[in-house]
Design a protein around this ligand. Structure first.
Ligand code: ZN
Length: 208
C-alpha cells in the first residue's frame, strides 16, 4: 500500500508533498513552495519572492517550508518578516502553510494570528509541553524519522489527536511504511486506517 508522505524532498515518491528546491520548477507532482529561513538572501529577496509567486500552479498544495530557525544566518526580525509575507501569500491563495521551526516555537505561535489557513509544523520532535501549546493554538504536527527511536517523542505522540497528525520522510532515507507501522502501534490503529485518517486530514487542511 502507498502511504502518504506529507513532506519530502525526493522526486520519485508518488504519494505525498514534494518540497520544491529554491528556484526549482514545479514538476507534475503535488508540491509545496516557500523560502526556507536558512535560504533567505536579503540581496535577492525580491527575486526569491518573485520565484515563489510565479510558480504557484494547481499542483501546489501548500506554502512552505518556511518559518523561523535559531541557527539561520538572517536576523530573527528579518526571518519573521519573510515568514509573515509568506503567511499573507497563503491567505491570498487559500493554501495551508508548512512550517520549519527550530527553537522558535513561541515566536511562531505569536504569528499564528495572521494566518487564515491551517498551519502544520513539519518534523516535530520536541516535548509534550510544546506539542500541547501548539495544539491549543490549532497547529497540526507532522512527524518524521525521530519517532522510530525517540522514546520521549513516542510518548508525545500518545497525546496528539489523530486528526492533527501527518507523517513524513523529509530528507531522511527510510521507508515511510516503517513510520506508519510504529505510529499505528502507538495510536492503536491499523496502518491502513492511519493512512486513511491522514488523507482525511489532508482534505481538511486543503479546505482551509
Ligand atoms: Zn524538509
Amino acid at each position: 500500500m502507498d502511504f502518504f508522505d506529507f513532506h519530502h524532498h525526493k522526486k520519485n515518491i508518488s504519494l505525498g508533498i514534494y518540497n520544491l528546491d529554491l528556484n526549482g520548477v514545479p514538476a507534475d507532482v503535488p508540491y509545496s513552495i516557500g523560502i526556507h529561513p536558512k535560504a533567505i538572501n536579503l540581496s535577492v529577496i525580491e527575486k526569491q519572492f518573485q520565484w515563489l509567486e510565479s510558480n504557484i500552479t494547481e499542483k501546489c498544495i501548500a506554502i512552505g517550508e518556511c518559518g523561523l530557525d535559531s541557527f539561520a544566518e538572517a536576523d530573527l526580525k528579518i526571518q519573521e518578516e519573510v515568514f509573515l509575507r509568506q503567511i499573507r501569500i497563503s491567505n491570498e491563495i487559500k493554501k495551508p502553510v508548512i512550517i520549519h521551526c527550530v527553537r522558535k516555537f513561541y515566536e511562531v505561535i505569536s504569528l499564528k494570528k495572521y494566518a487564515e489557513q491551517p498551519m502544520i509544523i513539519h518534523g516535530f520532535n520536541k516535548k509534550g509541553r510544546i506539542a500541547e501549546d501548539l495544539l491549543k493554538n490549532n497547529f497540526y504536527l507532522s512527524f518524521g524519522k525521530a519517532v522510530l527511536y525517540n522514546l520521549s517523542l513516542q510518548n508525545t505522540l500518545k497525546i496528539i489527536p489523530l486528526d492533527k497528525i501527518f507523517l513524513e520522510t523529509d530528507n531522511d532515507d527510510f521507508n515511510i511504511g516503517d513510520l506508519y507501522l510504529k505510529v499505528s502501534e502507538i495510536k492503536d490503529i491499523s496502518p491502513e486506517d492511519l493512512n486513511k485518517q491522514i488523507l482525511e486530514n489532508l482534505e481538511t487542511i486543503k479546505n482551509g
